[in-house]
Design a protein around this ligand. Structure first.
Ligand code: NDP
Ligand code: MG
Length: 397
């Protein structure tokens, strides 16, 4: 098995972890290309270490900076600029595997293109499924892309559905499933009262008890909209109706999700909470690779706890369930308003508790505009843009 990969978003938490895991494959995986947005120093170091052929940066200024920092004797990689280049590179036939690890809707066009190009896609970017799940899965089936989720819960469900084999028909599997139990750690504020959430700072929201992640997904996990996104993600990835998806709070984060079949059998995937495990599984699939992050010690763990999610304390969860019920346009608005609100919160322009209010207000604003037709990618991007304009206005940014 030899693979050549392009990492979209190599300078982020998932991108860096993926490179660490690639090192454990001892040359069986070659890194063909990398992309970054603001972390050009990091990109240069990665490009040198992995001797990549292509890098994508956002603009001319970043390209010049990359040139300036390239003090290495090796041949400089081809430097492409702009989001269109990410899409072009998704179609490039010099490599076979895409790791889609850009955060937010910015990762959507290249993920869609990778599906159209029939690549093996290791999908971290969940926003593409939130805003364009139907289209993305249509491309995956039509162009025979090979999709392996690396979001830990979906990687777990994937493992519970197909074990070590390839070729399960996800279109038919729904009939034998009773429930998907999507586990959630509950985030850093599980034990907080509703009132104390008023004073949450960006620093607190980014300190997740179990996972070390980028700032946007850390805030999303704390508001639990991340779990709402993951319900949408589960629905599209595995063709499972929402009524069969249940969230289960499991603070130890050892069970990463479970599939309950109609005969009452439950299959779960357990491991230490480390993204290295799903990434390694996806990179090696269907061959398993020896992990470097350690193994679960049940006698040390002693017990596993489970609770119901709190929809009152975490209103973003209900907003996400409602959006999934109401359709794609609502999901686009949910995602766009959330991206703006989280950014405003991280920049200390709004309070933590305003995040859900901004999303709710944006959905109400959108509902005045119905019907809005979504026929293609441009329509999706247009609705995303006008929602952002509205949400920014009410965030006063
Ligand atoms: P990070 O914020 O750590 O990294 C994001 C990456 O995207 C960076 O490489 C960043 O570049 C790049 N990027 C940011 N904005 C843009 C843009 N406008 N255009 C192009 N590239 C951009 O995020 P994570 O790695 O934590 O998450 C990545 C994705 O994976 C998200 O969708 C998240 O939901 C998902 N995910 C993450 C998990 C985790 O454990 N971290 C777990 C499961 C899913 P730069 O750094 O150079 O600015
Ligand atoms: Mg997850």
């Amino acid at each position: 098995m030899f693979r050549r990969v392009f990492i979209f978003g190599s300078t982020g938490s998932i991108g860096k972890k993926a490179l660490e895991i690639i090192d454990t494959f001892h040359g069986d995986i070659e890194v063909f290309g990398l992309s970054a947005y603001s972390s050009i120093d990091c990109l240069v170091a990665q490009a040198i270490k992995y001797r990549v052929k292509v890098v994508v940066v956002p603009n001319l200024e970043a390209k010049e900076l990359f040139h300036k920092k390239w003090t290495n004797k090796n041949l400089i990689p081809k430097i492409l600029i702009g989001s269109e280049s990410l899409v072009d590179m998704a179609y490039d036939s010099s490599y076979d595997t895409v790791i889609a690890a850009i955060v937010g809707i910015a990762g959507m066009p290249s993920a869609l293109a990778a599906a159209k190009a029939g690549k093996r896609i290791l999908l971290a970017n969940k926003e593409v499924l939130v805003v364009a799940g139907d289209l993305f899965m249509q491309y995956v089936f039509t162009f025979k892309a090979e999709l392996i989720p690396i979001d830990s819960e979906h990687n777990a469900i994937f493992q519970c559905l197909c074990g070590n084999e390839n070729g399960i028909d996800f279109k038919k599997i729904e009939n034998s499933i009773n429930r998907i139990l999507l586990t959630a750690s509950g985030g850093p504020f599980r034990g907080y009262s509703l009132d104390s959430l008023q004073n949450v700072t960006p620093e607190k929201a980014c300190s997740h008890p179990r996972w070390n992640m980028g700032p946007k997904i850390s805030v999303d996990s704390s508001t639990m909209i991340n779990k709402g996104f993951e319900v949408i993600e589960t629905h599209w990835l595995f063709n499972i109706p929402t009524r069969k998806i249940e969230i289960l709070i499991h603070p130890q984060s050892v069970i990463h999700s479970m599939v309950e079949y109609i005969d009452g059998s439950i299959i779960a995937q357990l491991s230490k909470p480390d993204m290295g495990i799903p990434i390694s599984y996806a990179l090696g699939f269907p061959i398993r690779t020896k992990n470097k992050v350690g193994f679960v010690d049940f006698t040390e763990l002693r017990k596993l706890d489970f609770y119901q999610p709190d929809f009152i304390k975490f209103p973003c969860l209900s907003l996400a369930f409602d959006a999934l019920k109401l359709g794609q346009a609502h999901c686009i608005v949910l995602n766009a308003a959330n991206e703006v609100a989280v950014d405003a919160f991280l920049n200390e322009n709004i309070r933590y508790t305003s995040i859900s209010r901004i999303i709710d207000a944006s959905i109400n604003w959108y509902e005045q505009k119905i019907p809005y037709s979504l026929n293609n990618l441009d329509d999706i991007l247009h609705l995303d843009r006008i929602t952002r304009d509205f949400a920014r206005k009410i965030c006063h940014v």
